[in-house]
Design a protein around this ligand. Structure first.
Ligand SMILES: *[C@@H]1O[C@H](CO)[C@@H](O)[C@H](O)[C@H]1NC(C)=O
Ligand SMILES: *[C@@H]1O[C@H](CO)[C@@H](O)[C@H](O)[C@H]1NC(C)=O
Length: 200
């Protein structure tokens, strides 16, 4: 199936009604989807990490690079970026990558049909993540589009997933390129914050 067709069906499935996700009220020092990210560049963010890691030396590292000692990183993005034809449909992208299990879950808020694509067998290098294969599924019930289940089509996307960010802080332009899902070359682009709790 062509990339453009899959994307077209995904957009159809998303429908015209797209509500912007409400920002959740998070505990001090935490932010992002499910309040799962520490707030970079703040003492409260560092304190939240110290609490989470139960370590006096916990701190919030909000650089987009996979540096020595990085084990997991979360990304929180808006898609109000240049280069997206579908920025109004995908309202939010977030991701959580875990280097220990070589996995990145990329979540697309897409109208009534949010999707999660998991990049598997990933390697982490500087500002980029390369995943060898991908599994995508609908978060809720998959809609049927023109008589075909979206889930059936998503199951057939098994290609590579790449995630690459440019330099920038606190937000940087990141591309999520999921083979077969992203129609535009370079993938979905979004401005993302990134963070992880680390210990000195
Ligand atoms: C960290 O834990 C202490 C002790 O439980 C608490 O008083 C403080 O509010 C917490 N700070 C953050 C940012 O979570
Ligand atoms: C992020 O980390 C890299 C490598 O440690 C460094 O070169 C770069 O300046 C840092 N960027 C920011 C915005 O802190």
């Amino acid at each position: 199936m062509s990339k453009a067709l899959v994307l077209c069906l995904v957009l159809l499935a998303a429908g015209a009604t797209v509500a912007r996700a409400q920002d959740t009220l998070c505990p001090a020092g935490l932010e992002g989807p499910d309040c799962g990210m520490c707030a970079g560049g703040t003492t409260l963010g560092d304190e939240a990490c110290a609490n989470l890691t139960e370590s006096y030396s916990g701190w919030c590292y909000s650089n987009h690079t996979w540096a020595e000692g990085s084990t997991a990183k979360s990304y929180d993005c808006t898609t109000e970026a240049r280069g997206t034809d579908y920025a109004s449909t995908v309202t939010k992208v977030s991701a959580h990558c875990d280097a220990e299990i070589k996995k990145c879950d990329v979540h697309f808020a897409l109208g009534d049909s949010p999707l999660t694509c998991s990049g598997l067998d990933c390697t982490f290098d500087g500002y980029a993540v390369f995943c060898g294969y991908t599994k995508c599924s609908c978060d809720a019930a998959c809609p049927t589009v023109n008589g075909v289940s979206l889930g059936y089509m998503l199951e057939r996307l098994t290609g590579k997933t790449n995630l690459a960010c440019e330099e920038g802080w606190p937000e940087a332009l990141c591309s999520f390129d999921i083979e077969g899902l992203s129609a535009a070359s370079g993938g979905f682009q979004a401005f993302c914050k990134a963070s992880e709790c680390r210990e000195w």
